[in-house]
Design a protein around this ligand. Structure first.
Ligand code: ZN
Length: 252
């Protein structure tokens, strides 16, 4: 049977029968896949400590082409993200990122931009674990925005989605369902649009154009962050097939 090798992000593992684990990976080369780790629950398993969620691994699986379930050959840790996994704020942010990918990433759809954005977010959360929750939340929201863009749902942030005019003024509207910003002229005719500060619109516009690893230096005032969060949450609510459960833990 052919072997498949790829850098991968370990998402979750669940018990399967007496001794096995079923592990979900988001891989660079094959998209989201599932693999059975035979004997992973045995005390002397070769997979011991190598299937932790939220780690970056070098993965080898085998199985028939286009199978829905591979067998795990090896999962060697490249970056364990220990700080991320032991920090309560960081891990709750990472859970939201992982749930979004779980919900929206179809199995075996290759998504290199989405993969790099998630890897970069986890790296940033791991190394900036002490920089506080608002900074982490901003990074998470910009990741969600970039991930949605990677699967074809990038919102229009520079021109009005209704009349195509460039935005002016200190505020604007945002309609997630229509997929972008609404100018002040069109806003009265759109009761569903959120009203938002232009600073938040500009931050999201910049987020879409800048690689994830260069976004960790950005910061936002509480008001701008709140507007970014409202817009991104609306976008996620529009495109994810169900409500995000992990969001509940973010606000504890
Ligand atoms: Zn307009």
């Amino acid at each position: 049977m052919p072997l498949y090798e790829s850098p991968a992000l370990t998402r979750k593992s669940i018990r399967l029968g007496e001794a096995d684990k079923l592990v979900t990976f988001f891989t660079l080369r094959y998209g989201k896949i599932k693999a059975v780790a035979k004997g992973a629950l045995r005390t002397k398993s070769r997979f011991m400590g190598r299937l932790e969620p939220f780690s970056f691994v070098s993965l080898i699986v085998f199985g028939k082409e286009k199978t829905e379930l591979y067998s795990l050959n090896s999962s060697d840790i490249v970056e364990p993200f220990m700080a991320l996994r032991s920090g309560l704020d960081a891990i709750s942010l990472a859970y939201v990122s992982a749930e979004l990918v779980d919900l929206c990433q179809r199995e075996r759809d290759v998504n290199k931009h989405g993969f790099s954005a998630l890897l970069s977010l986890w790296r940033s959360l791991n190394s900036n674990v002490d920089r506080g929750k608002p900074q982490g939340k901003l990074l998470l929201r910009l990741f969600e925005l970039k991930y949605l863009a990677s699967i074809g749902f990038a919102p229009m942030m520079t021109h009005c989605i209704d009349c195509n005019n460039q935005l002016r003024g200190a505020t604007a509207g945002f309609n997630a369902f229509k997929g972008g910003v609404v100018c002040l002229n069109c806003l009265p005719a759109d009761p569903m649009a959120l009203r938002t500060a232009m600073g938040a619109v500009k931050l999201m516009s910049r987020g879409l154009l800048t690689p994830m690893e260069r976004l960790s230096r950005l910061s936002a005032t509480p008001l701008i962050l709140a507007d970014v969060e409202r817009m991104v949450n609306d976008l996620v609510g529009t495109h994810a097939p169900r409500k995000m459960r992990s969001e509940l833990f973010l606000n504890l």
